[in-house]
Design a protein around this ligand. Structure first.
Ligand SMILES: *Cc1c(COP(=O)(O)O)cnc(C)c1O
Length: 405
């Protein structure tokens, strides 16, 4: 039987050697290796500062605190995203205000953002129902494709809002050759094994704002005003001050060692994923897999394909029936040793959000549709062309088995 997972991280002896050196050095917590990794990632993303954290979730939490988001604020978040996006707003006491996404890019709909602002907020961006102030838009760039960051930043400017990017899936993505991290106020990356490069767990805030960088550096380390590296370099006599509530969201040098080795492969990993994605695009046409809509890439967008997410179109059989068949197709693939996943979740239908805010599926119809009909196909560097053919053949077989030829 085949064994094709959704993703395998691309790791070799380079990572093992880097980790061995850190272990031998005796400094295993956050230190110079983290600083090296931060410089490399920031430089790759073309921004001034990178502040490493334990995950993208904690990076988002710190970025929101830096933006001043608290219980008096609303933050716009797409309704189709990994739940960490909106959870990070709840950690600050703020309220995530969901907005639906576009059916082709799967990213937040800028027209729907403006419509929401027009209907829900007064000229001072005060929520007419709750009295809370709209502070920021969280732009999530799903699966390696930038959200419409140009339109979102125009809206933010027009209404004096901040833009925080959840770029967990979008390290290396670009619009018109401009790095995703160069748009907006801050961008947060993830180094979970499902993302482009990995450190096991890990994240980073990217920004060009020196004040924001300094504060986030302090917030990730208990709110300490002197970093561990500075204290070490000053022979240990500098005692930090703790003037605000901080957290321990520090990445370790062991993780950063993996990251430094991964950064040497970043370009290769991205190029390979892009080649394999375009091979899927080609095969889908050639093999006649016409019930699958491949990922859409608007002109000028550089997609990094953290995930290859398609939408299943089984004709006019109703969303619930189509969703049930999507699940059966996925289960059939699994039985043939081929893993697949849904794209991501309709956040408003997750128990926590549904119960907290009383959402109905139809409140965000595109997100609801994508939740039922999206499917992530396996994509990783080590995958062969035959593997990709096998995945699509298995899809064709599953469809025929369930619905006839
Ligand atoms: C993976 C992911 C996250 C969370 O990243 P972690 O590093 O696991 O915390 C947040 N947002 C999106 C869109 C993601 O895909």
């Amino acid at each position: 039987m085949k064994n094709i997972p959704v993703i395998i991280p691309y790791i070799d002896t380079d990572e093992t050697n880097e980790v061995a050196m850190v272990l031998a050095s005796g400094w295993v917590a956050q230190g110079t290796k983290v600083a090296e990794f931060e410089r490399q990632v920031a430089s790759y993303a073309n921004v001034q500062y990178g502040i490493a954290t334990t995950s993208c979730t904690t990076a988002l939490h710190l970025a929101l605190i830096q933006m001043g988001v608290n219980e008096n604020h609303d933050v716009i978040v797409p309704s189709f995203t990994f739940t960490a996006s909106s959870n990070s707003v709840l950690y600050t006491g703020g309220t995530p205000i969901l907005v639906d996404v576009l059916p082709d890019t799967y990213n937040i709909d800028p027209v729907a953002i403006e419509a929401l602002i027009a209907s829900k907020y007064d000229v001072n961006m005060i929520n007419k129902q709750t009295g809370k102030q709209l502070k920021a838009i969280m732009a999530v760039s799903l699966f390696g494709l930038c959200a419409d960051l140009i339109a979102i930043n125009e809206i933010a400017k027009k209404y004096s809002l901040l833009v925080l990017q959840d770029s967990a899936c979008a390290f290396g993505a670009k619009i018109n050759n401009v790095s995703e991290a160069a748009f907006g106020n801050m961008s947060c990356l993830s180094f979970h094994p499902r993302k482009s490069i990995t450190t096991g767990e890990g994240g980073m805030v990217l920004t060009n704002d020196p004040e924001a960088a300094k504060r986030i550096m302090s917030l990730r380390s208990h709110g300490a005003s002197v970093s561990e590296v500075d204290r070490h370099n000053s022979a240990g006599y500098l005692l930090p001050e703790f003037n605000e509530l901080g957290y321990n969201y520090r990445m370790t040098d062991i993780q950063a060692a993996v990251g430094v080795a991964q950064m040497r492969k970043m370009e290769f990993i991205t190029n390979t994923r892009r080649e394999k994605a375009s091979f899927y695009d080609k095969l889908i046409k050639e093999m006649g897999v016409d019930f699958i809509k491949p990922p859409y890439v608007p002109g000028g967008y550089y997609h990094t394909y953290q995930s290859y997410v398609c939408v299943i179109d089984l004709g006019d059989i109703g969303l619930d029936n189509a969703g049930a068949l999507r699940n059966e197709i996925m289960s059939d693939l699994e039985k043939n040793g081929i893993a697949s996943r849904v794209g991501t979740h309709a956040n408003h239908m997750l128990g926590h959000y549904r119960d907290r805010y009383g959402f109905k599926p139809e409140d965000f119809p595109v997100s609801h549709m994508l939740d039922k009909l999206s499917i992530t196909l396996p994509l990783y560097v080590q995958m062969t062309e035959q593997d990709q053919i096998d995945v699509l053949q298995a899809l064709l077989n599953a469809k025929t088995k369930l619905m006839g030829a």
